[in-house]
Design a protein around this ligand. Structure first.
Ligand code: SF4
Length: 144
């Protein structure tokens, strides 16, 4: 878990309607088999300031706002089908196994924190456990 006081942004909950707003969240990227929306676009945090990152929303049925995600790890702990891995620590799951990022490093400039990565999005059984446990509401699960 990243200490929020160490971060220079205020996580804003994911837009729960992002799938119905293609103008605001166009699909403009792909990452290990899932779509990315609004990658590279400036978006605002919960204080109305521009996020320092422009990572966008990863996934479709399993949507995670990577600009909001703070590497809490609860979602990786509770998922019964291991949909998630750490993006910067591939193959690793669970709280505390995120890659720690040094302030001011190249990775810091891009990511700020590790991110939860829905590498097995198709295995989601829509139990909603990850959405409920996320402390910053970065996740929106949309059953088909
Ligand atoms: S809704 Fe359930 S199965 Fe789907 S990613 Fe979240 S925890 Fe895993």
């Amino acid at each position: 878990m990243v200490d929020l006081s160490e971060l220079d942004f205020k996580p804003k909950p994911i837009d729960r309607d992002f799938l119905s707003k293609p103008d605001e969240y166009p699909v403009n990227g792909e990452h290990v088999g899932h779509a990315i929306r609004a990658q590279g676009q400036e978006r605002l945090d919960n204080e109305g300031k521009p996020y320092p990152t422009k990572l966008g929303i990863h996934g479709t049925e399993v949507g995670v706002d990577w600009d909001c995600c703070i590497a809490d790890g609860g979602c990786l702990d509770v998922c019964p089908t291991q949909v998630y891995e750490w993006a910067l620590n591939p193959g690793q799951i669970g709280t505390g196994n995120d890659r720690k990022i040094e302030k001011g490093s190249e990775e810091w400039n891009i990511y700020r924190t590790d991110k939860t990565d829905m590498v097995r999005e198709k295995d989601c059984i829509f139990c909603m456990a990850c959405e409920v446990v996320c402390p910053v509401q970065a996740i929106k699960i949309t059953p088909p």
